[in-house]
Design a protein around this ligand. Structure first.
Ligand SMILES: [Fe+2]
Length: 355
């Protein structure tokens, strides 16, 4: 199995993972052979990449830290919450809390797995997936920090609802591709306070979750908004969610730019540790991210091209790879696997976007 850009799909390729819409409906099922009209549909929905099964990726499993079904159910609930708010209806957050509990439970079991975000989101569903991903990434960090389960649940709910205040902002401003005017940026900034009020008034939700919404755009150096809090004056949940928020946004396709590779997003976070982010939490956060996710194509120092087969959490730059070509790019008749951990003369030169 490997991930492929939708624009590079060819009729006859076999889908390796089911694609859902944000309301939980199956758009295309696993195992389906892609036909031109399916590919067109994916392109129309602006689903930027999908997973396929083919010969070079045979036997490779791209599993994420949570089950796709769990993610999907959470996305569906977040969507309902957002819709209720938009229509001025009362929101029942019990379902959301239950999903967070499920996410926490699953993440406990997969704490040795690196985050290999594998959601296939349509552009129009960006916000819903983003909220769930931020919850997953935040809870994962909380587990690494040894947080108690009850704290993980509050962190998860706060992360899930961190951007809820956005529903009160004109979405044309959020989706604007050009530069924002000062006035527009001031409006966007208000989503933090709006979110605080919305979450604070929810029944059976810890007030800490509301503070996550309020503080997730504060910066460690005090240059954030809305209050310009700094350092440990920002609640640790909000300092974690700030990292998760930026990481997920950078690695997703946005109207104004293409997705950044995990490798580059991690570099960005580390570079901003101490200014935008808490440097200690940044180190913990990036430990959980696969910089060369399973199924990624890489070029080795020998110029041979390979695909990542498995990753090693303790040695993230030295995964097991399947070498597919000679140094001159000629396809090998018999690809072979190489554990970079035991092959000190080999290293990864860089990621190749498509093979
Ligand atoms: Fe935000």
């Amino acid at each position: 199995m490997r991930r492929i850009l939708t624009q590079n799909l060819v009729s006859g390729m076999k889908l390796a993972k089911t694609i859902y819409s944000s309301d939980g409906v199956i758009l295309l099922g696993q195992g389906m052979e892609l036909r031109p009209q399916y590919i067109k549909r994916l392109l129309d929905m602006e689903i930027m990449s999908v997973f396929i099964d083919d010969e070079i990726s045979q036997g490779i499993e791209c599993n994420d830290v949570i089950d796709e079904r769990t993610r999907m159910e959470a996305v569906k609930t977040v969507r309902e919450i957002v819709q209720c708010h938009t229509m001025g209806k009362t929101v029942d957050v019990r379902k959301a809390k239950q999903h967070v509990n499920n996410i926490v439970d699953e993440l406990f079991y997969s704490k040795d797995i690196l985050v290999n975000m594998s959601d296939l989101r349509a552009k129009s569903d960006y916000t819903f997936y983003h909220m769930v991903n931020v919850a997953v990434l935040s809870v994962m960090t909380g587990i690494s920090l040894g947080y108690h389960e009850l704290n993980l649940r509050d962190l998860g709910v706060g992360a899930l609802l961190h951007d809820l205040g956005k529903v009160k902002i004109d979405e044309n401003i959020y989706n604007k591709t050009g530069k924002l005017t000062d006035e527009e940026f001031e409006q966007i900034k208000q989503h933090a306070s709006y979110g605080f009020d919305m979450v604070r008034n929810m029944e059976a939700v810890n007030v800490l979750c509301a503070h996550v919404a309020y503080q997730h755009h504060e910066r460690f150096d005090g240059q954030g908004y809305p209050r310009g809090l700094r350092g440990k004056g920002i609640h640790d949940f909000a300092r974690i969610v700030a990292l998760a928020d930026v990481y997920d946004a950078l690695t997703a396709d946005r109207p104004y730019r293409k997705a950044m590779l995990p490798y580059h997003a991690v570099e960005y976070l580390v570079a901003m540790g101490g200014t935008q982010f808490d440097p200690d939490l940044t180190s913990v956060f990036v430990e959980n991210i696969a910089i060369y996710p399973v199924g990624t194509f890489v070029e080795l120092n020998t110029k041979e091209k390979a695909i990542v087969v498995t990753v090693n959490k303790l040695h993230k730059t030295r995964p097991v790879v399947r070498v597919l070509t000679e140094a001159d790019g000629a396809l090998l008749k018999q690809p072979f696997e190489l554990d970079l951990l035991n092959s000190p003369t080999y290293f990864i030169n860089g990621i190749i976007e498509e093979f």
